[in-house]
Write a protein that binds this ligand. Structure first.
Ligand SMILES: [Cu+2]
Length: 185
């Protein structure tokens, strides 16, 4: 083996195969944990465990929510169809917004203060609606979201779409990274 002339050394395949195997392993290592996390979050939203109950006062259910950089707690709020609700939102830090387009709710939250929305009736078809921050509050602003669940909607495939898209995006980035590594060495 050590007697083999230099000219016989397999150059290209020997040089690329181990590095390809390494980059595939690295890619899997980088992709699997976040992908598992995305799938987990899609099928089992952690916020669902802490759905807000609220207190009924004069026929209006008052639901208390904390807003912070960058999220809402609880992340999921469930109401009954046609129920009248009011949100009491406490900003834990800076200016945020609290908006549910379908209910016509959009309030500004003052830093470290509680803001009450008007009482609104959940006159909506059963389903999942987005709660979002409506005031730009930095890097994570676009991800500052929650869900309003009206009634008991069946879990729809459409709800999984954003997660599937995230997963696809992650795979593309990983694939590209593997390709670059392969090209590079
Ligand atoms: Cu924001």
């Amino acid at each position: 083996m050590s007697e083999r002339p230099l000219g016989d050394l397999p150059r290209f395949p020997a040089a690329t195969r181990p590095s390809l195997r390494r980059s595939v392993a690295l890619t899997l290592l980088l992709v699997i944990p976040p992908a598992a996390l995305i799938v987990l979050m899609a099928v089992w939203p952690p916020g669902a465990a802490s759905t807000a109950e609220g207190v009924v006062r004069d026929g209006v259910r008052e639901i208390t929510i904390r807003a912070y950089t960058w999220g809402f707690s609880p992340r999921v709020v469930s109401v009954d169809p046609q129920e009248t609700v009011r949100f009491l939102i406490q900003s834990e830090d800076i200016h945020h917004g609290f908006a549910i387009n379908e209910l016509g709710v959009n309030v500004q939250l003052q830093p470290e203060r509680q803001t009450r929305t008007p009482a609104v009736r959940a006159d909506l078809p059963e389903g999942v609606y987005t709660i979002h921050c409506s005031i730009f509050c930095g890097l994570g602003h676009v991800s500052m979201k929650g869900h309003l669940v009206v009634g008991q909607p069946a879990r729809s495939l459409a709800g999984l779409l954003p997660w599937a898209a995230s997963l696809a995006g992650l795979m593309m980035v990983a694939g590209f990274a593997a390709l670059v590594r392969r090209e590079g060495g």
